[in-house]
Design a binder for this molecule. Structure first.
Ligand SMILES: Cc1cc2nc3c(=O)[nH]c(=O)nc-3n(C[C@H](O)[C@H](O)[C@H](O)COP(=O)(O)O)c2cc1C
Length: 199
């Protein structure tokens, strides 16, 4: 009889701890957390990674590489932004879109973008501006009260001239100082510097 009672208590304890563990996980549901891809020797900054999204558009892979490093350092989730339709003539069409303020249709690899409170937004500099897909991303999500952290890669221009769309399209978001990430060595010190925005 005593053994039965002990067994019953044991089973109840196991069930209770499983229920507790399931309730404790309150981070936004994610498609892919990149913390597993952390490089050896790369220290993850002490962040609330469950609440950080790293959204990026990349045409030839440079910005994607930077986004991956930011994900490794912060434990955030990667979200790739793509143009729904490929350009016919990139040089002509992409510049016209930027100049005319067109918002082309995009796809984003994560669908719960608005569940995140801190959103890195990365892109290559095109004609000293952000590609029009970034304008679409900023316009089609409500980032009021959220923190947006821009970053870019480029051949030589820095991020400054491209930043105006963030305050124009997300007037109620906090826009952090951005990084021109052409030197991969600049990423980790920058993440440390802005660490207070990530906890
Ligand atoms: C259409 C186009 C326009 C570009 N315009 C600029 C520019 O105005 N200034 C600059 O420094 N680099 C410019 N670049 C270079 C890219 O910003 C640079 O190669 C960037 O790292 C590419 O990133 P990605 O590999 O993520 O696409 C341009 C590249 C392309 C394809």
């Amino acid at each position: 009889m005593k053994i039965r009672k002990t067994l019953l208590l044991l089973v109840l304890a196991v069930v209770f701890s499983i229920v507790l563990a399931a309730c404790g996980n309150s981070s936004p549901s994610t498609e892919s957390s990149s913390a597993a891809g952390e490089e050896p020797g790369t220290a993850e900054t002490n962040t609330n990674g469950g609440n950080i999204l790293i959204a990026y558009f990349s045409h030839t892979g440079n910005t994607e590489e930077v986004a991956g490093q930011i994900a490794d350092l912060t434990g955030g989730t990667l979200a790739e932004i793509q143009r729904a339709e490929e350009y016919g003539d990139l040089q002509e069409e992409a510049e016209a879109e930027i100049l005319e303020g067109v918002h082309p249709e995009i796809t984003v690899s994560v669908d719960n973008v608005e569940d995140y409170d801190t959103i890195f937004v990365g892109y290559p500099i095109w004609w000293d501006e952000a590609p029009a897909m970034i304008a679409t991303f900023l316009a089609e999500n409500d980032f009021s009260g959220k923190t947006i952290i821009p970053f870019c890669t480029s051949a030589s221009d820095d991020i400054d001239n491209s930043l105006h769309i963030f305050s124009e399209l997300c007037p109620d978001a906090e826009i952090a100082e951005g990084l021109t990430a052409n030197d991969l060595n600049d990423i980790e010190p920058w993440i440390q510097e802005i660490g207070n925005l990530l906890t």
